[in-house]
Design a protein around this ligand. Structure first.
Ligand code: HEC
Length: 135
């Protein structure tokens, strides 16, 4: 009898816990990212911005890291690049709401931290190290 109630208790706890895990909306709830920024994240993947740009140093290396682009240079600056392209960056001809969503996403990314977080040296292969100070 005791074994049975222990089993029922454990199964009950498992179902209860699973319910919260699978219905809790982990990503949006945990990270505080809003809907527009979430949409921007999907556009970021859809247009493959990451093939040329990095976030926290991860991504392609044709263009610069964009982790802090919006909080350092502002929304208008980012919008100008996204709308007009430049040199190796294509003109995407995006509708205004997608430009806004992408900028919301980049602004959100900027609130999560900064990159590079210390005086690191990034080498031509994309790896980085903290230089050893002499004297
Ligand atoms: C084919 C490569 C490529 C793709 C794809 C690309 N970019 Fe770029 N992007 C660049 C390059 C190269 C630069 C730097 C241009 C310069 O400074 O002259 C740049 C610059 C930028 C800048 C300004 C960065 C700065 O520090 O001045 C922003 C913002 C930007 N891109 C956003 C985006 C977004 C958003 C996407 C996806 C919709 C995207 N890029 C896709 C190549 C790319």
């Amino acid at each position: 009898m005791l074994k049975l109630s222990a089993l029922v208790l454990l199964i009950g706890a498992f179902i209860f816990y699973s319910f919260f895990i699978y219905t809790g909306g982990t990503e949006t709830a945990a990270s505080g990212i809003n809907d527009s920024a979430m949409n921007g994240k999907e556009l970021w993947q859809q247009y493959n911005c990451t093939s040329c740009h990095q976030i926290y140093g991860l991504g392609g290396y044709l263009g610069p890291d964009l982790t802090n682009i919006v909080n350092k240079k502002g929304r208008d600056y980012a919008a100008a690049f996204i709308k007009s392209g430049v040199k190796a960056m294509p003109v995407f001809n995006l509708p205004e709401n997608e430009v806004t969503a992408l900028i919301d996403y980049l602004e959100y990314v900027g609130t999560t931290g900064s990159f590079p977080n210390r005086d690191v040296v990034i080498d031509e292969y994309g790896s980085f190290h903290i230089p050893v100070k002499s004297n």
